[in-house]
Design a protein around this ligand. Structure first.
Ligand SMILES: [Fe+2]
Length: 187
């Protein structure tokens, strides 16, 4: 009997994501991508090999998937940072921590969005994404993120090219929402 060793690779992760999204790019496929990212996080050497021996802080494109539009970024942080409450435009996104952790607050919008510049947000969940964990944020999700002083490594899987879309930034205390032009982002 021949035993074939199972070797997990970045290509396996990309292939799994592609297959799941081509089968269903709705909630089930997105949940599958989160599971695939959890599997990738169990193989940190793959990310370290990609980053090289001396990872520099910043954002690196790990993969762009032509068949689905999926983008995968690796973020290396060496200092603390936080984002204002925001959405992700027309994209869904999965955040996973390879090292370190990310503190998240999820928000629900209480108003109907009909009044320009006004948004009434309610915080619904406050939690920590620890190393080896991943969270899915569907289209329309609003959250804020904070990471502590580094080093920490975060992986973001995004349904499309979020650098090219308009998004929103929220101020819950002032009950405002502002348009956010397309630009390279890390949140
Ligand atoms: Fe975000």
């Amino acid at each position: 009997m021949t035993v074939v060793a199972y070797t997990y690779s970045l290509e396996t992760f990309f292939d799994d994501c592609r297959a799941s999204l081509l089968a269903d790019n709705g909630p089930d496929g997105q949940a599958a991508v989160r599971r695939h990212l959890l599997q990738l996080l169990r193989h940190p050497k793959l990310i370290y090999n990609f980053l090289g021996p001396d990872p520099t802080p910043g954002r690196s494109l790990l993969h762009q998937e032509p068949a689905t539009g999926m983008h995968v970024f690796v973020h290396v942080y060496d200092s603390a940072g936080l984002s204002k409450p925001h959405d992700h435009g027309p994209c869904w996104i999965v955040y996973g921590n390879l090292t370190g952790h990310t503190d998240m607050i999820d928000y629900r919008r209480r108003d109907d969005g009909s009044q320009a510049g006004y948004a009434d947000l309610e915080a619904t969940r406050s939690y920590r994404v620890k190393a080896g964990e991943a969270e899915l944020f569907p289209v329309g999700a609003i959250h804020e993120t904070a990471h502590p002083e580094g080093p920490s490594i975060l992986i973001r899987v995004i349904s499309g090219d979020m650098d090219k879309v308009w998004r929103h930034t929220f101020n819950p205390a002032k009950q405002t929402v502002t348009d956010r032009p397309p630009r390279p982002e890390r949140d």
